[in-house]
Design a protein around this ligand. Structure first.
Ligand code: NAG
Ligand code: NAG
Ligand code: NAG
Length: 850
């Protein structure tokens, strides 16, 4: 008793701390759907209200079918964007960063329909962080509706919480629903929903009080799925949409009768199914029998160690036969091992015989559904052999659906075998609703309308077509085909659709569409992205069943597209540039487990201290550094970009008095001048004050101010006595760090450090002592050998066709921790950077700050 009370107290205390320390004050989910293609942005803003630095965790659950396309963090006004990299490349970068202690990490876990992404970052007291995650997804039609679900779980009351969904469907919207599993009757009317013609809008914006589980409670009731469902009108020619050289075709006939179907249920009754699993299976089969239609044919095949069949052939679903089947199903019991090969081959042979003997209607759809919870271990049990036999026996005539019950199955094998035979695999989660999951799957395939559907487009006009032939078309679903025009200016297309239905030998439809005019609601190049999404999805699927060179080719193709369109797929990762974490931080660098990962590493480019210059070379995952030794009073040109008009100059100061013993005097930056010619803007920063001159207008601040200033072309944030963040015009941004020394220090005085971020926002013509390194630089290190300091080896470096002797050393990055800094290992170039910098260092001396 005492123990549980104590743990309860600890737990509450912990909870309280998290909530009190980190406040999520805003969470917005903004979703734009255009022609089924959803573009969602989740923005979460938090502030550290505590008085020490704290970890802020951003975790969201996304649909498994979605691809992340962007992720960024903004800490105290500075944005650290994500970039997509090939997974292996990103992993190496990540591991390197882990070894340097510079990471935040990602933990991923999978749920039934979702994948969880977690990113954590340490932020200082009173600091703010914004996380922004973008993902895209093609909504699939099922049971006559497109469904999008958003997992909602803010874990605390959020002052500003909002879900907003905007739908644009050129075909016209016929129904729109929105619901939340957590929504009580009181909350029902907070969901605002409107739609007319082509546009639908949903908003859900509960106040703080409405989020409470009870009056005065501090717990949030927002925890569950928020689901949006809608359907569209079936009109021609809007089924076919053409935008900017790409087309997409949505095919879903609605007024056809269903085909009779021939279903073989192949059920695993091996010993491992005993207990709840077999009970749930019986329950599901009984429900399914209620749904089987009078003109369907069916049979059951059971496999344990032996194979048993209910009837010798497929039989018609007459009321008498259904009654008999119910008795049979109630009597199903478990026995023995898993003769999967025997069961599945018996089923295929039976279906083949039924077709050959004209036992089943000519116009009908045959389906094989196999359920297993284990791995084959009797008869032929090598998965490879089973696959070969099954493929040869089915010959593409019927789709094979493999249902894997629980986690004891070899899901990979089931999936490969199903995909090879035009079906699909599904996992049945061992839970109280397992029988509903089984029925749900049956419902999806229980209403075939057409078989052997082919959608043809003129071959000489189209390239890179996605999958265009389908074994079955089921009522309530939709076939989507996309492609690219060979002539990107082409703006009309003719399509020919064929398929076999119940009353028609040949369903044959010709349709012509013209380019789509209404582009104002469309984000970006949505049809092109939809095409890329669909292509990648299909390549990844084909890859599952492929081997050897074919698999390599499919992988290469999917990787290329993932990188080009910036999708985080199983082949790519997102690398997020992020400031270093604290020295004393506990390891949060959990290694990603599987699937899609987001990594974080640090990239930097800075001048700080002596002045020492640190140049990060991301492609080498290494850094270069050098010092400039000049006299106090000298002004150095650091950055000069004639295109954006931005220049940064720095004036050197020395120590308070000259140390006569030292050969070289220490110097620091005591004054920085940042100008933007185009904006007529000049900023002067010293360790005492910050002055902005805009035309003739002058504004001054001291380092004691906490300021966020936003005006045209300029964002300035002063973090009291710490740092200053500056964003200018095109987006180039700088961080200036204030180094304060003890006021009565006999030697040193306060100085400044400069860090340049988003270097890509400056032009190609950027130069200057620091600016020249905004362009990619390559170097080679040869012959590492002992130097004069035993801890710092020397090496030969080839850079810009020069051969230099360099020394391994460390320089400090002070952005996060201005007192101690963080050591950055780098190759130190001697003699004022000679050979590394263009020209000689004195070329960079200018006459004044502006
Ligand atoms: C990713 O998000 C960041 C932050 O909103 C934005 O600046 C950037 O342009 C986005 N990148 C892409 C490729 O959309
Ligand atoms: C909520 O708290 C306020 C102030 O403490 C109190 O006056 C009120 O009665 C409380 N309401 C409920 C329902 O407990
Ligand atoms: C793989 O790609 C190469 C180069 O494009 C091609 O020559 C080869 O035939 C492809 N192999 C397969 C199995 O598709």
């Amino acid at each position: 008793m005492a123990v549980s009370l104590l743990s309860f107290l600890l737990f509450s205390f912990f909870n309280l701390q998290v909530v009190n320390g980190i406040e999520i004050y805003s969470m917005k989910i903004d979703s734009k759907v255009t022609s089924r293609f959803a573009h969602n942005i989740i923005t979460s803003r938090a502030v550290n209200r505590g008085n020490v630095h704290k970890e802020v965790v951003f975790d969201v659950e996304l649909p498994k079918t979605a691809f992340i396309t962007n992720f960024s963090m903004t800490i105290d006004g500075v944005t650290y964007p994500g970039t997509i990299k090939e997974k292996e490349v990103a992993k190496k970068q990540y591991e390197k960063a882990v070894s340097k202690g510079q990471t935040a990490g990602l933990v991923k876990a999978s749920g039934r329909k979702t994948e969880k992404f977690t990113v954590s970052v340490n932020i200082e007291a009173a600091s703010k962080v914004t996380f922004e995650l973008t993902y895209e997804e093609l909504l699939k039609r099922q049971f006559g509706k497109y469904e999008m679900f958003i997992k909602v779980k803010p874990k605390q009351l959020v002052k500003d919480f909002e879900i907003e969904v905007n739908i644009f469907e050129p075909q016209g919207i016929t129904a729109l629903e929105a619901e939340g599993t957590f929504i009580t009757n009181d909350l029902q009317n907070i969901i605002k929903k409107t739609f007319s013609e082509k546009k639908g809008h949903i908003s859900f914006k509960p106040t703080l009080d409405q989020q409470r589980t009870c009056a005065n409670c501090s717990q949030s009731l927002l925890d569950g799925d928020f689901t949006v469902k809608y359907d569209v009108k079936r009109t021609t020619p809007d089924n076919l949409q053409i935008v900017n050289g790409y087309f997409v075709h949505f095919f879903a006939p609605t007024n056809l009768p269903n085909l009779p179907k021939n279903v073989i249920f192949i059920i695993d009754i091996s010993g491992s199914m005993s207990g709840r699993e077999i009970e749930q299976t019986r329950e599901a089969l009984l429900k399914i029998l209620d749904d089987i239609k009078g003109d369907d044919f069916f049979n059951f095949i059971l496999f344990g160690s032996e194979v048993h069949t209910w009837k010798e052939t497929l039989i018609k679903a007459t009321p008498e036969n259904l009654d008999e089947a119910r008795k049979f199903v109630r009597g199903i019991d478990t026995e023995g091992l898993t003769n999967l090969h025997g069961g599945i081959m018996r089923g295929i042979d039976m279906l083949n015989a039924a077709h050959e003997g004209n036992l089943v209607p000519k116009r009908s759809a045959s389906i094989i559904i196999m359920l297993t919870d284990g791995q084959p271990n009797v008869g032929i049990s090598n998965p490879q052999d089973i696959q070969t036999h099954v493929k040869k026996a089915i010959e593409g005539k019927y789709p094979l659906y493999n249902l894997g019950f629980g986690y004891g199955v070899d899901y990979n094998f089931l999936e490969k075998m199903a995909l090879e035979n035009k079906g699909l695999a599904r996992r049945i989660y061992p839970d109280s609703d397992a029988s509903l999951q089984l029925q749900g799957f049956y419902d999806e395939v229980s209403n075939p309308m057409l078989t052997d559907v082919e959608l043809n487009y003129p071959e000489n006009e189209i390239s890179d077509l996605t999958k265009n032939s389908f074994k079955h078309f089921y009522d309530g679903s939709e076939i989507v085909v996309a492609g690219r025009f060979i002539d990107s200016n082409q703006n009309s297309l003719t399509v020919d659709v064929r398929g076999e239905g119940v009353s028609i030998d040949f369903f044959d439809l010709k349709e012509t569409a013209k380019a789509f005019q209404e582009q104002q609601y469309i984000f970006g190049e949505y049809i092109e992205r939809l095409w890329a999404y669909l292509t990648i999805e299909q390549l990844l699927e084909e890859r599952i069943a492929a081997t050897g060179e074919e698999k390599e080719n499919l992988t290469a193709e999917a990787l290329d597209l993932s990188l080009k369109y910036k999708f985080v797929t199983p082949l790519t990762s997102m690398v997020v540039t992020k400031p270093e974490t604290y020295d004393n931080q506990d390891g949060i660098a959990d290694k990603p487990i599987e699937g899609r990962d987001v990594f974080t590493v640090l990239l930097y480019l800075s001048i700080d201290g002596d002045p020492h210059f640190i140049i990060s070379v991301p492609q080498k995952k290494d850094a270069l550094c050098f010092n400039i030794n000049e006299n106090p009073g000298a002004v150095l040109n650091l950055i000069n970009d004639p295109v954006t008009g931005i220049t940064v100059n720095g004036e050197l100061i020395g120590d308070k008095r000259v140390n006569s013993d030292a050969k070289i005097q220490n110097t620091y930056f005591g004054k920085l001048g940042i100008a933007n010619k185009h904006l007529d803007l000049r900023l002067t920063v010293t360790p005492e004050k910050i002055t902005i001159q805009n035309g003739n207008e002058k504004t001054g601040f001291t380092w004691l101010d906490s300021v966020t200033l936003q005006q045209e072309g300029l964002t300035l944030i002063i973090n009291k006595e710490k740092s200053l963040v500056l964003k200018m015009g095109s987006g180039a941004s700088f961080v200036i760090v204030l180094h304060q020394v003890w006021k009565k220090h006999p030697l040193h005085q306060d100085f400044l450090g400069l860090y340049a971020l988003e270097r890509e926002k400056l032009s190609e013509q950027t130069h200057g002592l620091l600016g020249q390194f905004f362009h990619p630089i390559d170097f080679t290190i040869l012959e590492i050998h002992p130097g004069s300091d035993p801890k710092k080896p020397d090496a030969t470096m080839i850079v810009k066709n020069n051969e230099l002797t360099v020394t391994r050393g460390w320089q400090k990055d002070y952005r996060r921790d201005p007192k101690h800094g963080v050591d950055i290992p780098c190759w130190f170039v001697h003699n004022n950077g000679a050979g590394l910098i263009d020209g000689v260092h004195t070329d960079y001396i200018v006459s004044s700050l502006f």
